[in-house]
Design a binder for this molecule. Sequence first.
Ligand code: PFF
Length: 474
Amino acid sequence: MVATTTSTSEGWSSRWAFILAAIGAAVGLGNIWRFPTLAGESGGGAFVIFYIGCVFLIGLPLILSEIFIGRAGQTDAVGSIKRVAAQSNASTNWSIFGAIGATAAFLILSFYSVVAGWVLYYAGVMGGDLLQAIGSGEPFRGALEGENQAQVQQRLTDMFANPGLLLAMHLAFMGATLFIVARGVHAGIEKAALYLMPMFFALLIGLVLYGAIEGDMGDAFTFLFTPDWSKLTPQVMNAALGQALFSLSLGVAGLITYGSYIKEGSGLGSTSALIAFADIGVALLAGLMIFPIVFAVGLDPAAGPTLVFQTLPFAFQTMPAGALFGFLFFVLILVAAVTSSISLLEVPTAWGIGERGWSRAKSATIFGGGAFVIGILCLLGYNVLSEVRPLGFWPLFENTDILDTIDGFTGKVMLPLGALLTSLFVGWKADRTLVRSVTGLSPLAFGLWRFLIAWLCPIAVAVILITGLFPGLL
Ligand code: PFF
């Protein structure tokens, strides 16, 4: 029997605890691995400027909408949407987007943990190299001394060919995520954010300064901020909009879930703006950390997904104190990944607690364990299952391995669908008086926000959804 929705009694201990946890959820592999990769592949400036527009015009109104639903509903995503719908005389069937979001979060977690596992391995490799450097009395030498570029690149190929290694890393990362989420909102998620986010910002600033001193900041600036509008093709715009949703964790009900732990106060508009600014700030700083190093060594900024794993470790070889900063770089990505993966696991976990009446430990274990198993299939897709194409019948995913299929399906279908339904629900169905009282927006801000959420967001997101599914249209 399905238990009726219960309000959660868990909550953040302060407004800042929520803000740090929400920034932790947003800032992740998407900012430090995916954003520079996409910016590099898409030719830099025009992509970056269009992306910034997407974050503020489409992402920010959606952040506020998700937090509003959670703050008003005070329980898991499905239950919160039902409550807001009931208070607005709308159909409770709208809660379907909470279910889509929780499923998407669960699926994203499965491959996110695998990719974070690669980062964990590289942190280990660079950490070992640093220890060796210290042991040999040269703590400030470059990274991986004595290896040529082919050898550095070979490490990634060897890692992919080794399922045992990939599995061990995936297990360690998922285990840490599960441990934190099982401890609860206050003792787990909030505490992790309180310790890890300041560490993250300190590392980020340190690495940007390092890039500025040792790297080629001028070239990086030109690359990131000088637009060549001819490069802004429909595909690039589509990728920018999709990246904005992924990076801000939108469409997966993550901020509905985190918003439900806000117990008092409003001022949700400024809180949402802070999250958007922090996320974009980190993405830009990640670009200003990575590209000066890439340019200083004369490497290719358009290397693609291997930029972080093959290009950068080699770049750190020729840089002063490269062993130290190379290690810190991977620790930085790891910290960012953990605070995001806990938010991914929290969405289905809250659903199990609120809608099924499970204990937190049971719910987190079921969903963490399930995502771990799917993640195993993802990592086997790099070796023993490399021929498998789960959605091979669909031209869009014809040649796509298991991990990229789950990434592509969630990113191109589920996130835009979740975001589209969120904007339609909040823009057209939610009771306006309720929205105004819960968000605390001024009349002017409310009018602007309503225009964006009711008109611009659904249209723009529908365009991503349709062009993502039918690339031939572009
Ligand atoms: N925003 C995260 C990142 O940029 O890495 C990814 C993510 C986390 C997406 C949490 C969705 C989510 F619920």
